[in-house]
Design a protein around this ligand. Sequence first.
Ligand SMILES: [Zn+2]
Length: 228
Amino acid sequence: MTSLTTMPRTARAAGPSSCSHPSKPSLPGTPSRNGPTLCVCIAVLFSMLLFSILFGSLFISLFVSLFESKLLAAGATSPLPQMGPPIRGLRLAELRDTFDEVHHGHRHEAIDIVAPRGTPVHAVVSGTIQKLFLSKAGGNTIYEFDDAGVYCYYYAHLDRYAKELREGMRVERGSVIGFVGSTGNADLRTPHLHFAIFRLGPEQKWWKGTAMNPYPAVVEAVRRENTR
Ligand SMILES: [Zn+2]
């Protein structure tokens, strides 16, 4: 009972001082006003946190899907276009998967197709002759890009190029682009075509790409030609 009578008196005594100083912050002994404000503040902070987490994850997933679609557009997962055989009249028994073999101290990352010197080499897909390059290892080489600019086809150790072949020139699948030889570091006694496929990066540089095993695609091409 004593508390009931003293409480209002204390409140009344505090009254005038709070009126004369309206900007003065409330005393800690008045939980009836601060309690709900604190609760509201916590609720607002909590919902802000929840909001940022929700939208943060939404933003991340949106970014990831955008990145994936960009990769798709760059052809990172596009299938290899159907190829023609680089050399005509091959038998399946003449093909060997040497992609993972070590040649001259490096992983081969290509296949070698042995054929007599001067055998015509055909473009395996329609595309553009991106680069004609004489390299120490590859000898006379051709870098051909497919029309989508996703894959690069590499033909090396050529004896010579086809007469009219120029950089930037468009070629159709099956066109003769060069002739089998042993230029570069190939054994003079075993002329062959060193054939590789690279998946180009977004920068589409002829010297930059990820090697893909060409063996399955060449086998398919030879099989198609033989069943025709
Ligand atoms: Zn080779």
